[in-house]
Ligand binder design. Structure first.
Ligand SMILES: NC(=O)c1ccc[n+]([C@@H]2O[C@H](COP(=O)([O-])OP(=O)(O)OC[C@H]3O[C@@H](n4cnc5c(N)ncnc54)[C@H](O)[C@@H]3O)[C@@H](O)[C@H]2O)c1
Length: 437
């Protein structure tokens, strides 16, 4: 288990500049965490390079981006994309006549998934085939990167990859029951996790969320050696999640979204960084606060811990940036609803004794209970109801504030990181948000 290491002070300026290179290892989406780091890299004048996970044809074949997709992605990123598909995972990988995991899941019905049995030999062969495909393409991407990175440039690699839920129709209703179900529609996350479907998901999460970071570090060894011999530095960052301290009753308190089934993969990610660090590679995982992105959309309730960021910004000094964000949040609420009421509701939820057992750091990640799930989902819905327009919500405003602040904290810390794992909690994120620096 990684030692709890919270970043408590704002880091100094980073030394990256024009001619240095920022490599985004994952695709960029409009509201994703990576926007914060990309913004910082652009501001510093760095050359931005991206990759693609590729796209799947209707017959399931993995292909590079077509001309239009490539042009759109490059315009959005503001940099060149190496167009070799780097989709991680193995849910659609077949070996010979053996079915892929997605094929195996096709026959499973929603009223019999609990007792479904998978062919684990076939799963293992797919896992090896997926890793080999990814490794093969990554070697080509690394060689291309080596050609693109100028002599002696400083290089910042940003790993954003996470996910891996196998693409099979059966998993949607099951996941909805685990993450959004209550009463008769509730399924315990532990029951799911111990089923064969859960075991498959666990392997997929490990591969996509964690192992890709190790593959990136290994494949780019020659770049590190060359750059070091030319006087530059190569550093790696990755986005982790391992709970987050937020203000509860005026005290920064560690809490977590439950059930975070990617948690085991995120701890594996931390271990990969720690092992690389021991070998002298500057690879750092930054455990970040909960925000709303494409990837977290399934986790209704994950956003509740975002609301007290407004209180944290006041505690950390307030000022024009805090006022602007608070006013913007207020303008998104229904007529007659105030920011104070929203914050009172969030505080009532976060401080409820029902959640106390879920705030035990050492036993993280926790499974859900039916009472906890119902309490979280009903509280989340009540707070979301306070927004005037479900498409423009307070959480979106707060998520932007968080990914910007986190981007700056990661960018600056990465220049001279002192540890393989940091927690970025609401204290330092709020301080960065209200800081003019
Ligand atoms: N949203 C949160 O609350 C939160 C909190 C802490 C950490 N994070 C982490 O931040 C990172 C970025 O996530 P985000 O929430 O901004 O969402 P996002 O959807 O914007 O980003 C997800 C990333 O994963 C990549 N990805 C997805 N499936 C992949 C696959 N099969 N192979 C390769 N790459 C794949 C995507 O290309 C994208 O870059 C992730 O590591 C995530 O776990 C998110």
């Amino acid at each position: 288990m990684t030692t709890y290491n919270a970043l408590r002070d704002l880091p100094g300026q980073a030394g990256y500049g024009k001619g240095d290179v920022f490599v985004l290892f994952g695709e960029l989406f409009g509201r994703g965490y990576a926007n914060g780091l990309v913004e910082e890299a652009r501001k510093a004048g760095m050359t931005v390079i991206g990759i693609t996970v590729g796209r799947r044809d209707p017959d399931g074949a993995l292909r590079p981006l077509n001309g239009q997709e490539l042009a759109d992605s490059e315009a959005f990123l503001g940099g060149k994309i190496i167009n070799i598909p780097l989709e991680a995972g193995f849910d659609m990988d077949r070996t010979g006549p053996a079915p892929s995991p997605a094929d195996q899941l096709k026959g499973i019905k929603s009223d019999g998934w609990e007792s479904a049995e998978l062919d684990w030999d076939a799963v293992d062969r797919s896992r090896k085939a997926g890793a080999a495909r990814f490794g093969h393409n990554l070697a080509k991407v690394s060689a291309e990167l080596d050609r693109m990175i100028p002599a002696g440039a400083n290089v910042l690699f940003s790993h954003t990859m996470a996910g891996g839920i196998p693409r099979a129709r059966i998993l949607m209703p099951v996941m909805n029951r685990v993450f959004k179900g209550q009463g008769e529609r509730y399924t315990a996350s532990e029951f799911f996790w111990k089923s064969e479907l859960g075991r498959l998901c666990s392997l997929c999460f490990d591969e996509v969320t964690a192992d890709t970071f190790g593959h990136l570090i290994d494949a780019t060894g020659p770049i590190r050696e060359r750059i070091a011999s030319q006087g530059g530095k190569v550093v790696y960052t990755a986005y982790g999640y391992h709970g987050c301290e937020v203000l509860i009753n005026g005290v920064y308190t560690w809490q977590s979204y439950t059930p975070y089934l990617q948690g085991w993969a995120k701890m594996r990610l931390e271990e990969i960084a720690a092992r690389a660090w021991e070998k002298g590679v500057r690879a750092t995982v930054f455990n970040c606060p909960e925000i709303q992105t494409n990837s977290s959309a399934l986790f209704l309730g994950v956003e509740i811990s975002l609301y007290p960021l407004l209180n944290a910004m006041e505690k950390e000094g307030g000022g024009p940036a805090a006022d602007r964000i608070r006013t913007a949040c207020g303008s998104l609420l229904k007529h007659g609803v105030t920011v104070e009421e929203l914050l009172t509701a969030a505080e009532a939820y976060l401080s409820d004794p029902l959640l106390e057992p879920f705030r035990e750091f050492d036993s993280w990640p926790h499974h859900n209970t039916s009472a906890q799930a119902a309490f979280m989902l009903n509280s989340a819905n009540a707070m979301l109801e306070m927004n005037r327009d479900p498409k423009e919500i307070v959480c979106a405003e707060l998520s932007r504030a968080v990914f910007r602040a986190v981007g700056r904290l990661m960018f600056r810390t990465s220049w001279a990181a002192a540890a393989p794992v940091y927690w970025l909690n609401h204290d330092v994120v709020a301080r960065q948000s209200v800081s003019a620096e």
